[in-house]
Design a protein around this ligand. Structure first.
Ligand code: F6R
Length: 268
């Protein structure tokens, strides 16, 4: 794991945007894995700005989102499709027919839908860079604690903690889905690079468990310890429970020197 600690959330977003821009500018048919939630909103703002200033075109990009709620459709304002339109897709030149979310509409078979989503990712050439947030309970995507580390795209029942954490986004009388389709942990680990962003004190315990805890389904994000190219971007608050903060800062300086001397090498 490459743990990089920044002073604040804005710097985390700027750094994540650089990773995305590098991929898109380097590869002719980049495949991006996308996340929703509060954390990546500032990343999407950075990407929209880069597009508006002519630095970045998404015209050749294909995207796959981590998850989508069940029981509401893409026109519902609470759907992750709506979130992606509002925060990114409507403001850049991405071809929406190449933006995918793991949906399962009424009457569709979730197993078939899950397999079809996995298949579509493979057909697109696999995810090059998967953006991730982390739940306060250590979930990635909607892979809640005790999700199989070998899981694939499927339906998950959300935990009470996740429902409580996300209830801030729903009005008191609004339907809050309790089920979602989500990429599995094995699906996420298949990406060539994973870039996890975590900001704020309420993520500090989950970040510690992810980086230095035991590899365990109890903390799904700890599965990233198995990934060859896992980049963890943290603000100081999210990093605050890590024991070796000095080491991560020092290692990052060394990596910057190595990159300067030998050039960035990302094997997309
Ligand atoms: C979102 C997702 C979730 C969130 C996580 C953190 O697509 O898959 O894992 O990344 O719940 O959410 P925020 O950023 O709102 O704290």
């Amino acid at each position: 794991m490459q743990v990089i600690i920044f002073d604040d959330a804005q710097q985390v977003a700027k750094s994540a945007a650089e990773w995305v821009a590098e991929l898109i500018n380097k590869k002719s048919n980049p495949v991006l894995g996308l996340a929703t939630g509060s954390t990546p909103i500032s990343l999407y703002k950075e990407l929209v700005n880069k597009h508006k200033t002519g630095e970045l075109s998404f015209s050749n990009t294909t995207s796959f989102n981590l998850d989508e709620y069940l029981g509401i459709d893409g026109t519902n304002e609470q759907s992750y499709r709506h979130f992606m339109n509002e925060n990114l897709f409507d403001h850049v030149d991405i071809d929406k027919s190449k933006t995918f979310l793991p949906t399962c509409n009424q009457g569709e078979n979730p197993r078939e839908q899950g397999l079809a989503y996995e298949d579509r990712i493979v057909q697109a050439g696999g995810v090059d860079l998967q953006i991730l947030g982390i739940g306060a309970n250590g979930h990635i995507g909607f892979n809640e604690p005790t999700s199989s580390l070998a899981s694939r795209t499927r339906i998950k029942t959300l935990t009470q903690q996740t429902l409580d954490d996300n209830s801030r986004l729903f009005a008191a009388d609004e339907f809050q889905p309790t089920l979602a389709m989500t990429m599995g942990i094995a699906t996420i680990l298949d990406a060539r690079y994973v870039l996890l962003m975590a900001t704020g004190k309420n993520k500090a315990k989950a970040v510690k468990d992810m980086v230095t805890g035991a590899l365990s389904a109890v903390c799904p994000a700890s599965s990233l310890q198995l990934h060859e190219n896992a980049i963890i971007l943290l603000d100081k608050e999210a990093a605050s429970e890590l024991d070796d903060q000095e080491y991560y800062l020092w290692a990052d300086k060394q990596n910057c020197k190595i990159n300067l001397e030998f050039g960035l090498y990302h094997n997309y």
